[in-house]
Write a protein that binds this ligand. Structure first.
Ligand SMILES: C[S@@+](CC[C@H](N)C(=O)[O-])C[C@H]1O[C@@H](n2cnc3c(N)ncnc32)[C@H](O)[C@@H]1O
Length: 200
């Protein structure tokens, strides 16, 4: 079987290279969740997807060439950046770091004002946001579920709520149904065609 293109090695990041809005996944465990999060980021207007840790990326590489459904053209609009120091990229950018986590002190999503320039940070499937990451978060939000959501579903729910709130505020248009999914049908040639961010 043909091996996947080797993903770029992790690099240190330069301050100021963090774009927003964006999502960061802290040490995710499963490549399929990263792929699903990437899809959510692409269809809900995120500029970057940061991934820390090695686990999911090793899983992603081990799967070989991604299936067609996981390399839709629109995925190429999001820069996937591999770095354990993604928070450094947002130094002095004015970005609001939002921890999305099950925490007693987090703001319920129904009362949460999505910041214009936000980095949404999510914990791993088998844990939660670590203390250092939490210390860097300016705000926390909790989703209204009776138990934890799957990681990629949590990303999708958060970003969908962001879009709905922006639409209600008139910051994004509410498109007629026939124009809502403007699918760029077609697929990237290979996973090499993703926009891999250098992270600075
Ligand atoms: C599957 S959950 C973590 C699992 C959980 N800590 C456990 O092992 O019992 C993965 C991540 O999704 C996000 N998440 C899932 N459900 C959430 C909720 N209801 N509110 C906020 N974040 C949630 C958080 O970022 C969390 O760290």
């Amino acid at each position: 079987m043909k091996r996947a293109a080797v993903l770029p090695r992790k690099t240190l990041v330069e301050p100021g290279t963090g774009l927003s809005p964006a999502v960061a996944l802290v040490d995710p465990k499963y490549g399929h969740n990263v792929a699903a999060a990437l899809r959510n980021c692409a269809v809900l207007g995120m500029q970057q997807l940061w991934v820390s840790g090695e686990r999911a990326i090793e899983g992603w590489e081990a799967r070989g060439r991604l299936p067609r459904e996981e390399r839709m053209k629109i995925y190429g609009d999001v820069a996937v950046c591999l770095s354990d120091r993604f928070l450094d990229a947002y130094k002095d950018t004015g970005t609001t770091i939002v921890g999305v986590e099950v925490m007693a002190t987090a703001t319920p999503l129904a009362h949460f004002e999505h910041p214009e320039d936000a980095l949404y940070v999510f914990g791993p499937e088998d844990g939660s946001l670590d203390k250092v990451t939490r210390m860097h978060c300016h705000q926390f939000v909790i989703l209204p579920t009776s138990s934890c959501l799957n990681l990629a579903v949590a990303v999708g729910a958060t970003l969908t709520d962001r879009r709905l709130q922006r639409q209600r505020k008139g910051l994004e248009p509410v498109l007629p149904s026939y124009a809502t999914t403007d699918d760029q049908r077609g697929f990237l040639d290979s996973d090499e065609a993703f926009t891999w961010g250098s992270g600075g």
